[in-house]
Design a protein. Structure first.
Lengths: 258, 315
């Protein structure tokens, strides 16, 4: 089973790496990091802060775009090209296929993030000449960004398992935006009583919560990130991604592929 | 039948033609746009805040509020810089831009420090709104109670801009209690409490600013103030020396040389820029070039008022 999943993962990774769009996106992310060096010079006193904010935002946004645009095509592309039937004709279960696709894309995103992070740290070193102890929290911020990618990939895969690529992209982006408002949704629910309170509460817990995974602004000021937050965020992202991937596998299991 | 070479030449010709058309069109469009900008000067993106509510902006940033704060801070700096260069008397967008910036990122200390300076100084050096500057710094202290620099900024504003030594002393005292605060805060608090001489206290404040800031522009501003303070001290002292000569000899000195030979001066006195002061027949002393020494109150040409008074009248 593990061999089958890893084979699908590896192929997904290889296919994604061959995609020219991926390189364009990484190039633009690195370009933004470089632009941050110039941006800081037209302001006062925020060269380092703007590099961190712009650099990590670029890593995050481009990663999410990659996760959604590649994630939505993971299943539909295989169906369009009819390669899915060749795979499923072998002793590969449908859920194994979904899981392999998920790990393949997450692997691609992790490798991309490593490259973008190297570019980001190189720019930071160029600007400040030496790293500080508080810069280790930048790694935590990047780790949280990767956790966001894990959730977004699972969500994109979920929509991809039952919808067209275009609709999947719309749904995934919409869910990402709603996810950034999850805390507001909960705050709104707390003010209401009865069904007006329960429904938004349920919706707030159902959508992924991205706000706790965004610590870019605080690490830019050298603020520390609590270890418990790292542990809870890791647990939350993995559990949410597992739930979304399971839902994707469930839908795909019952989907009529004829 | 066309040969391969003919086809290649044809393709090259198409490529060159298209590249030429593209370049010419783009260059013409740029020229045209510059003309349009020239026609609409001042009507471009100037006095528009687009979204005045920091809360809405924070929501729209999708969690990337730190980056948006940087953008707004840069916008505030650029807005101030452009207005300052044009010797503007109105800085209407400055306060809202700073409010948006600090709401988006309450920990952006530079926005409170430098933003309050931009707001407080009299036009055209700043917006001439010390009340808003104090409110901005108070908000900064609320969000960052452990940053002694903000208490220093507050005390500075209270003393220099609002002329309230008691409020300044309270601000410096509060700041001196913050762990790791600069030891100068305690000295400043004491100086305020003792109502020390204005020039000495002002020099202490501007020297602290000069020594603690890392920003070139703020440092240069502090340097200009320190130079002005020296002129304000030098001129009355030199006029007193000239008066002393007149008392002794019954006539005014014809120049610095007479004062030097009388043993009242050691050499020709120069201003902070190294230019000799001018001794006038009536015993007054003037600086050689008042425009190169902003903020001075002494040594000005007859009828030329100190910059701050001129500005107050204009505004």
């Amino acid at each position: 089973m593990i061999n089958r999943i890893s084979a699908i993962s590896f192929n997904t990774f290889r296919e994604a790496v061959r995609d020219r769009v991926l390189y364009n996106l990484i190039f633009f992310a690195l370009l933004l990091v470089a632009a941050a060096l110039l941006f800081g010079q037209i302001s006062i006193g925020i060269e380092r802060i703007v590099l961190i904010n712009l650099g990590l935002t670029a890593v995050s946004i481009f990663g999410i775009v990659i996760a959604i645009f590649i994630g939505i095509g993971l299943v539909s592309k295989e169906m369009d090209k009819r390669t899915l039937y060749t795979v499923l004709a072998r002793p590969v279960r449908r859920w194994e296929f979904i899981l392999g696709k998920f790990f393949g894309l997450v692997g691609t995103l992790v490798v991309n993030t490593i490259f973008m992070a190297i570019g980001f740290f190189a720019a930071l070193l160029y600007l400040v000449h030496h790293f500080q102890r508080s810069d280790t929290y930048l790694l935590v911020a990047i780790y949280f960004i990767v956790l966001q990618f894990v959730i977004v990939t699972a969500v994109a895969l979920l929509f991809s398992s039952f919808s067209s690529p275009l609709l999947s992209a719309v749904f995934a982006f919409a869910l990402y935006i709603i996810g950034t408002f999850a805390e507001d949704l909960r705050a709104f629910a707390a003010l209401a009583h009865g069904p007006a309170g329960w429904i938004p509460t349920a919706a707030a817990y159902l959508v992924p919560n991205f706000s706790a995974l965004n610590v870019i602004s605080s690490v830019a000021h050298g603020e520390s990130v609590a270890r418990t937050l790292i542990a809870y965020n890791t647990g939350y992202a993995l559990l949410y991604a597992a739930a979304a991937t399971s839902a994707a596998a469930l839908i795909f299991e019952h989907r009529n592929l004829k | 039948m066309p040969t391969t070479i003919d086809l290649m030449n044809h393709r090259t010709a198409i490529t060159v033609t298209l590249a030429t058309v593209m370049t010419v069109c783009l260059a013409s469009a740029v020229v045209l746009l510059r003309r349009i900008d020239g026609m609409r000067s001042g009507a471009t993106l100037e006095e528009v805040l687009y979204i005045p509510s920091p809360k809405i902006l924070k929501r729209m940033s999708l969690g990337y509020n730190g980056l948006l704060a940087d953008v707004y801070w840069t916008r505030a700096v650029q807005y101030f810089g452009a207005k300052h260069r044009a010797h503007a008397m109105q800085y209407q967008l400055l306060a809202p831009l700073l409010e948006v910036t600090t709401e988006l990122d309450p920990h952006l200390i530079v926005a409170y420090q430098f933003g309050s300076t931009f707001l407080a100084q009299k036009p055209p050096e700043g917006a001439g709104r010390p009340d808003k500057a104090v409110a901005l710094v108070e908000r900064g202290i609320q969000a960052n109670p452990n940053r002694w620099q903000l208490y220093y900024e507050l005390g500075f504003l209270e003393y220099m801009e609002r002329h309230d030594p008691a409020a300044a002393a309270r601000a410096f005292e509060r700041g001196s209690q913050v762990p790791g605060a600069h030891q100068f805060l305690r000295v400043l608090a004491a100086a305020m409490a003792q109502q020390a001489g204005q020039i000495a206290t002002a020099r202490m404040l501007w020297t602290t600013t000069y020594e603690t800031t890392e920003d070139k522009m703020i440092r240069f501003n502090a340097l200009k103030h320190l130079r002005a303070l020296r002129v304000d001290e030098d001129v009355p002292r030199l006029e007193e020396v000239a008066a002393e000569f007149k008392r002794r000899n019954g006539r005014p000195a014809s120049g610095w040389a007479e004062l030097i030979s009388a043993g009242l001066l050691r050499g020709i006195p120069v201003d902070p820029l190294g230019r000799p002061y001018k001794l006038l027949p009536d015993g007054r002393v003037e600086v050689a070039d008042p425009d190169s020494l902003p903020f001075i109150n002494q040594g000005l040409l007859p009828g030329k008022k100190p910059e701050s008074l001129v500005v107050e009248k204009k505004s």
